[in-house]
Design a protein around this ligand. Structure first.
Ligand SMILES: Cc1ncc(COP(=O)(O)O)c(C=O)c1O
Length: 374
């Protein structure tokens, strides 16, 4: 079996992650809601993982991070923090697009037909009305990594709130909120951070005034009939997923031990090999920048989207599954990205998304299956 659906969720999960969940199942009480040993175990675990997360993303104060259900939850909170017009891109996931469109008052910068974003064009779309920029660090369709540090620098100079969706990049590409001038960072635990599903988080820079998104129990200020407005309680409504946080902590350890620069190197190298070999096969169309001659950052999270002439992406993905190759077909929740790439009218793409454990040998096997199908 060759697993290439890591952009949906990473698999396999590291042994230490499984052990961390088992340990939490054994020991976790309700965090912040008691003084007995189980409740204290959970509170201590959340503190520990909050500190680890802060260290991982270059965040000075761990208390500026709230745990959420996933990146989608964090992004909805983030959109609710925006004032003025929101500027976003055509390469966004529905987790950015839907809350933005639902809120209203936004504009969208179109990427080029490869899915790359021209920085000058991006800057030209910023006007006096722009209050926030919200964008993904990496495309979940092409794997291209965008130069968010330069966009962040520009936003900071103009006093524009800069919100980054790092669902696809966290754990694969280095992220430092200070160096990149990120005001709000939204992450998920179950992809490149190797945690379990149901845990994510939001970092909000201390200079931003937060306002609650949901109200309910926080274990703090119980007599206050309104939601507390300080981080992290403001967004930690209801019981936090301690078991998920424990898994996230073990996942962060796992990635840190391998090294984020090493992760970036492996993912990009696998993508380069796969992309250049697949492009040589007649009848196959590969989407996104060409590793050989594009002007982008040349970093990739290890995603390759393609189509075979005359075949529906779902049909290709199903046939690959019969050969033990796990991929995803369709639109990958990024409708405007497919309009941009010209794959909106042909059923989207077949997406191969790798992790650091995949090998060139596996890619060769896939290339052979694709050649036979073609
Ligand atoms: C770019 C991007 N943003 C956000 C999300 C949402 O992540 P989650 O489902 O964990 O909320 C995804 C998930 O695939 C994604 O690819």
């Amino acid at each position: 079996m060759i697993y290439m659906d890591n952009a949906a969720t990473t698999w396999p999960k590291p042994q230490k992650v499984k052990e961390a969940v088992a340990e939490a199942l054994e020991n976790a009480g309700n965090p912040g809601r008691g003084t007995h040993q189980y409740a204290v175990w959970s509170s201590t675990k959340l503190d520990e993982v909050r500190r680890q997360t802060a260290m991982f993303f270059g965040i000075q104060d761990p208390l500026q991070i709230s745990f959420t259900l996933n990146a989608t939850h964090a992004l909805n909170i983030a959109v609710n923090l925006c004032y003025g017009k929101i500027l976003t891109t055509s390469m966004e996931h529905n987790s950015v697009l839907r809350p933005t469109v639902t809120r209203g008052y936004y504009s969208i910068v179109d990427a080029n037909t490869e899915g790359s974003i021209d920085l000058e064009k991006f800057k030209n779309n910023i006007t006096a009305l722009t209050g926030a920029v919200i964008m993904t660090h990496a495309s979940n369709v092409t794997g291209e990594v965008y130069d968010i540090a330069r966009i962040g620098e520009f936003c900071r100079k103009k006093g524009i709130l800069f919100i980054v969706d790092c669902a696809q990049s966290a754990g694969i590409v280095p992220i430092d909120v200070q160096e990149m001038n990120i005001d709000v960072l939204c992450f998920t635990g179950h992809k490149g951070l190797f945690g379990t599903q149901g845990i994510g988080g939001i970092f909000v820079s201390p200079h931003i005034k937060v306002r609650p998104y949901m109200s309910g129990g926080t274990g703090s200020h119980s007599f206050l009939l309104k939601q507390p407005t300080e981080m992290p309680d403001c967004f930690e409504t209801g019981t936090v997923n301690t078991h998920g946080a424990a898994a996230l902590g073990a996942g962060l350890d796992y990635v840190t031990k391998i090294g984020i620069n090493k992760m970036q190197e492996i993912h990009t190298a696998l993508w380069k090999y796969f992309s250049s070999e697949a492009r040589k096969i007649k009848g196959i169309k590969v989407y996104g920048p060409d590793a050989e001659n594009d002007g982008s950052l040349k970093l990739n999270t290890g995603i390759l989207s393609l189509n075979i002439d005359g075949m529906d992406s779902a049909e290709v993905s199903a046939e690959l599954a019969e050969n033990g190759i796990c991929t995803r077909a369709g639109f990958h929740c990024a409708p405007l990205a497919h309009k941009t790439l010209g794959t909106d009218m042909c059923g989207g793409t077949v997406r191969f998304s790798m992790n650091h454990l995949n090998t060139k040998k596996e890619i060769d096997t896939i290339l052979n299956v694709l050649r036979e199908m073609n």
